[in-house]
Design a protein around this ligand. Structure first.
Ligand code: DP6
Length: 323
């Protein structure tokens, strides 16, 4: 009987950012990072061995795609399993259309889990995280739920994510403000490479990121929302400052991103605690506590349409949903 496995993995948003690789091939990062897995956005991926085929088939959201990238990743699994049979890979992204949040993190975490199971590999969570990392660095964190730390390590064996607090009792919410749902202009892979190679500030980034990582872990353990938010906001803005300092310089922040940031700062000036973060695109994510959610949404709705405001809470780790 041909194995057919479906896995679900949720996306994650980094509070201390990963931005730069030491090893491009193996995806070993320059600094450790820490993220929150979200409940609202996820990818479901089914992998089924295809005995009669000569190559993989990849279907994304019902549309047949070029399988080259997926095949490269599946080859890592096939090598370990010592099986050469191609597969049919079907992926559905459960991210509201136009969100522009469709992340490689949930995609490769789901593919690592479904793929390894379909080829009958019994991987530990650590080895699953290492495998997901080979697809996209941030994917190694989506193996776990809640707050997750990516230990940078120094080689393929030592670079993987570990759960920090898998089931936070904290009522933390994240509001994704979709200011522009279009494809990003500079892919994170190319962007971070330019930064590592050319930014004169990069050594300072590495030093600061390691401090941020230690401090945010302490803040989360102490349930110090203020400290956590401040560190997350600074980490994001330093990452964007790196991009402006690269050659050639580039920038993800758009006019509407600044409108969103200004709203958050005004809310804070009025005593409502919230912080922002941004990734390799113009959308702004607001971190807040459940008790303040409605007040924050009310303010944001003065500038953004309902469908531009997507609320998430902490989500679970990757899991098999059918087998
Ligand atoms: C800004 O994980 O997408 O979201 O490893 O090249 O696939 P590759 O990059 P990717 O980069 C994510 C960058 C970020 C910050 C983060 O998630 O830590």
């Amino acid at each position: 009987q041909t194995p057919k496995v479906t896995a679900r993995a949720h996306t994650n948003i980094a509070l201390v950012k990963y931005w730069g690789k030491k090893d491009e091939q193996l995806i070993i990062p320059q600094n450790g990072s820490l993220s929150l897995t979200l409940d609202h956005f996820y990818t479901d991926t089914t992998v089924c061995l295809d005995d009669n085929a000569t190559q993989d088939t990849f279907i994304l959201n019902g549309i047949k795609m070029d399988p080259t990238k997926v095949t490269k990743f599946m080859d890592l699994i096939r090598q370990q399993a010592n099986v050469s049979t191609p597969a049919i890979i079907e992926s559905v992204n459960h991210v509201p259309t136009m969100a522009g949040l469709a992340s490689s993190a949930s995609a490769y975490a789901a593919l690592a889990l479904a793929g390894s199971k379909a080829y009958r590999l019994e991987l530990s969570p650590k080895d699953l995280s290492r495998l997901a990392r080979r697809g996209s660095g941030s994917a190694c964190r989506s193996i776990y739920g809640g707050f997750v730390e990516w230990k940078k390590g120094y080689d393929d064996a030592s670079s993987y994510a570990v759960p920090f607090i898998e089931n936070p009792t904290w009522d933390i919410k994240m509001i994704a403000i979709v200011v522009n749902g279009a494809q990003k202009k500079v892919a994170s892979r190319a962007g971070m490479q330019t930064v590592v190679n050319t930014s004169p500030y990069y050594p300072a980034w590495i030093k600061q990121a390691e401090l941020d990582l230690e401090n945010i872990k302490q803040a989360i353990l102490a349930k110090d929302f203020t400290k956590m938010g401040q560190i997350a906001e600074s980490s994001a803005m330093r990452m964007h400052a790196l991009n402006l300092s690269a050659t050639p310089h580039f920038n993800y922040i758009e006019a509407q991103s600044l409108v969103a940031i200004t709203q958050v700062e005004e809310l804070r000036a009025h005593g409502i605690e919230c912080y922002y973060t941004m990734d390799a695109g113009p959308n702004v994510k607001v971190i807040c506590q459940g008790k303040d959610l409605q007040a924050i949404l009310a303010k944001l709705k003065q500038h953004f349409a309902d469908e531009q405001l997507l609320v998430s809470a902490a989500g679970p780790g990757a899991k098999i949903i059918t087998s």
